[in-house]
Design a protein around this ligand. Structure first.
Ligand SMILES: [Zn+2]
Length: 256
């Protein structure tokens, strides 16, 4: 087994998902043994928001963000969207941030559905703004349009950022944060992003159970793979990547 790196924060994961139903506690324990001190669990819809809040209540090393993912709104009617927005608003006091929410042009190809995504995203943006909480953006093949929509916000995190260097620079120049996921281990484009993102704007995440750097399901402990790779790419020690990204995560989420 590899040596651990202390003090890592997995800034985005989904430990409430069914992929962890059989061994959730073991997965968390493995993460902690690997040096992951905190995991931020992101809700995507009503039930996952509820489960994220439950996890955050139960474990002091888990925090929640409350979201409304573009990939969960297809075919959902107005009252259901409203119910989810109200849930986010009512429970925001127990959350670190709002999201994930955003635009997913990869999964959604037609103009009407994209407009629907934008409409819902706009409502989530308004909510994050009025609650003065960081917004966690899910954007896939839609980083620039997502950025255009949040330019009036102060606190923004691009979760699993996968866009261009140009958009990344624009986001960073606005003071926004770039979260790179464990898929950097198998993507040369993401490795270029990892080389170029300013270290004081970088967050790391697994997006578990997705985006595994290994085979099969992803887990928060696998974040070590990307922490080590980012360190190698940048010619610094893994401990420095862990320390800086944890500092950044605490800064943007106002974690003490
Ligand atoms: Zn996610």
């Amino acid at each position: 087994m590899n040596e651990s790196v202390q003090g890592i924060i997995d800034s985005h994961c989904h430990l409430d998902f069914k992929q962890f139903n059989k061994d959730r506690e073991i997965v968390m324990e493995d993460a902690r043994k690997s040096g992951v001190v905190r995991m931020i669990n992101s809700g995507v819809d009503y039930s996952t928001n509820q489960k994220s809040l439950e996890l955050a209540r139960k474990y002091d090393f888990i925090d929640a963000t409350l979201g409304l993912s573009p990939n969960t709104i297809e075919g959902q009617n107005e009252p259901e969207i409203k119910r989810r927005l109200e849930q986010i608003e009512e429970n925001a006091g127990q959350a670190l941030g709002i999201g994930e929410a955003g635009l997913d042009y990869y999964h959604c190809k037609d103009a009407g559905s994209r407009e629907h995504q934008a409409e819902v995203f706009r409502k989530v943006i308004d909510l994050a703004k009025s609650l003065n909480l960081p917004l966690v953006i899910h954007s896939r093949d839609a980083e620039q349009p997502a950025l255009e929509m949040v330019k009036h916000l102060d606190k923004v995190i691009f979760h699993c950022y996968s866009g261009t260097l140009v958009t990344m620079k624009e986001a960073v120049d606005r003071g926004f944060y770039i979260s790179l996921a464990t898929n950097i281990c198998r993507s040369s484009h993401h490795q270029i992003l990892a080389r170029n993102v300013p270290l004081d704007r970088l967050l790391v995440e697994t997006d578990s159970p997705f985006l595994s750097p290994r085979r099969g399901r992803n887990e928060p402990s696998f974040i070590l793979d990307s922490v080590r790779l980012i360190a190698k790419i940048r010619g610094i020690e893994p401990e420095e990547v862990a320390e800086k990204t944890a500092e950044n995560t605490k800064r943007i989420y106002n974690i003490r």
